[in-house]
Each structure stands twice: as structure tokens, then as C-alpha cells.
Design a protein around this ligand. Structure first.
Ligand code: PGA
Length: 288
């Protein structure tokens, strides 16, 4: 358990980090590397107070039919973090935020620091999502500074990488991902405080997904690159999430691809029934 924010969420003994806390597990949730999967829901700029009812519904479903095979995180907009913390109190679900400023405080109107997110209840923060890279011109250097800020605030950093449609068309996918990893992953990143999310930009919100073979290729490549950057022992413990149009209908196909250690789910995380159906792929239940 890292940080008082995360403690406030649960029983003080459960956290999505470190990734191998559960050790090797039996059944469908088992990953060849013994890495405990993480499924994180990214609500993006969606959700007013009434959306908290979905957290209540998710909580109820999980109480009835738990999915102990995976760690579960919800990343609501920053405005809902405190209320989401209250809504999830007493559960093992954790909260993440969607972005942070690199600095802990200061004259940066409208920005939110990693420390503030931790204070509001987050245990992690997404950095370098393609929507931020595109909408706000975020560079790899800035994404790296944000990941370092997350670590400074004792938050896990979920660092997103992924190619555009044009880059894939040019056969540049691995080169783009390599450059993003090199530029965005801090030297001191460890599996215990960092997650990589591979999100092909063309798959986000489009209903399109890469083939399992393509996902396996990129995830294997990412693990190899992490090995080059951080050492292969550390890389072998990293969680590498797949993101981009993960839905109940394709979860079983995408979540058990080699080197996929969970998912970052956008649109389908907004409804408790869809998010739960994705989670339940780990229990081998068809909750559609
Ligand atoms: P999507 O979004 O699941 O709606 O495609 C994924 C993401 O952007 O994290």
C-alpha cells in the first residue's frame, strides 16, 4: 500500500502495486509471467455527480461476483476523485487520475499537481495519453516529467504510448513506440510504480482493434525495450496494458494475448455493466 490516499480506499492492505503482489495464480487470470493484471477505466472528460451511481453499481456487481484475478482501477475526472473515493470506500478498487502538472505547486492556473491528486484519493495517474499528446502538444519530455511528478507524489504513473494510423501504414509502429518509451519513461521507473499502456491511436474510440498477433508483437517489443532501458529483470515484472476499443465482446480475445497484463478501457468503462463484463473475462464468466 502506497500513500494515504490509497489507504483511504480500502482495507489498507490492497493496492494494484506492486504488480506481482498476487504471485502466480491459477485459472484463466494466470499470466505466464505471474504478473497480476490491472484493468483501469479511463472516464476521460465524462461524468457529473450522477455518474457516481455507476461506481455504486460496479461495487455491487463485484460484491456479488468478485473478480479476484485482476486489480481494478477507475480514473474519473479530477472533479469526482474525492466523491469517488467515498463511493468506493471499503473496497479494493483504486482510483487514478488522467493527467498531472510536473510541479508540486505554484502559479499554474487551472493545472493540478500529482500531490493534489494523491490528496484527493488517487493512487495513480495516466500520463501521455494520445489525446493529451495531440490536444495539448505534449512531448515525450513533458510526459516523462509528469511521470516523475507522479512518482514524487507516490502515485503510480500509467504511461501511454501508441502509433497513429499513418505511422502504422508507414510500417513505423515499433519505431514510434521505441521513441516514445525512450523519451517518456523515467530512468528510475520501476514495475512497482509504473505501468505502460499501449494504445494505438487509430483504435481509440473507433471500434477498431489490432489483431491479437499485432498486439502480441508490440507488447513483446515494449517489454524488450523496457529491458534495454531498465534491465530485463525489472522489465519482466512490468504491467503492459492494452488500450483502444476494449469491449465486452473482444475482452477475452485481447486480454489473454502474451505480454498483455490488463487493459486501459475508455468508452466501455463508463457503464458499470460493460466494465464489469470486461473484468469478468478474467474469471471466465461471460457477463454480457
Ligand atoms: P476507448 O479508449 O476504450 O474508448 O477506445 C481507450 C483510451 O483512450 O484509454
Amino acid at each position: 500500500m502506497r500513500g494515504k490516499a490509497a489507504q483511504a480506499l480500502g482495507d489498507g492492505s490492497k493496492t494494484p502495486f506492486p504488480p506481482s503482489a498476487g504471485g502466480r495464480r491459477a485459472g484463466r487470470g494466470e499470466d505466464v509471467a505471474g504478473i497480476r493484471p490491472l484493468v483501469a477505466g479511463n472516464w476521460k472528460m465524462n461524468g457529473l455527480g450522477d455518474a457516481l451511481a455507476e461506481l455504486g453499481a460496479l461495487r455491487e456487481r463485484l460484491a456479488k461476483s468478485p473478480v479476484p484475478e485482476a486489480d481494478i482501477m477507475v480514473c474519473p475526472p479530477a472533479t469526482l476523485l474525492s466523491r469517488a473515493r467515498a463511493a468506493l470506500a471499503g473496497t479494493t478498487l483504486t482510483l487514478g487520475a488522467q493527467d498531472c502538472h510536473p510541479l508540486p505547486s505554484g502559479a499554474h492556473t487551472g493545472d493540478i499537481s500529482a500531490e493534489m491528486l494523491a490528496d484527493a484519493g488517487a493512487a495513480a495517474v495516466i500520463v501521455g495519453h494520445s489525446e493529451r499528446r495531440t490536444d495539448h502538444g505534449e512531448t515525450d519530455a513533458l510526459v516523462r516529467a509528469k511521470a516523475e511528478a507522479a512518482h514524487r507524489a507516490k502515485l503510480a504513473a500509467i504511461i501511454c504510448v501508441g502509433e497513429t494510423e499513418a505511422q502504422r501504414g508507414d510500417g513505423a509502429t515499433l519505431e514510434v513506440v521505441r521513441r516514445q518509451l525512450e523519451g517518456s519513461v523515467p530512468d528510475k521507473a520501476r514495475a512497482a510504480n509504473t505501468v505502460i499502456a499501449y494504445e494505438p491511436v487509430w483504435a481509440i474510440g473507433t471500434g477498431l482493434t489490432p489483431t491479437p498477433a499485432d498486439v502480441a508483437e508490440v507488447h513483446g517489443f515494449i517489454r524488450g525495450e523496457l529491458g534495454r532501458l531498465l534491465g530485463s529483470a525489472e522489465a519482466s515484472r512490468f504491467r503492459i496494458l492494452y488500450g483502444g476499443s476494449v469491449k465486452p465482446a473482444n475482452a477475452s480475445e485481447l486480454l489473454f494475448v502474451p505480454d498483455v497484463n490488463g487493459a486501459l478501457v475508455g468508452g466501455a468503462s463508463l457503464k458499470a455493466s460493460d466494465f464489469y463484463a470486461i473484468l469478468s473475462a478474467y474469471s471466465g464468466r461471460d457477463a454480457r
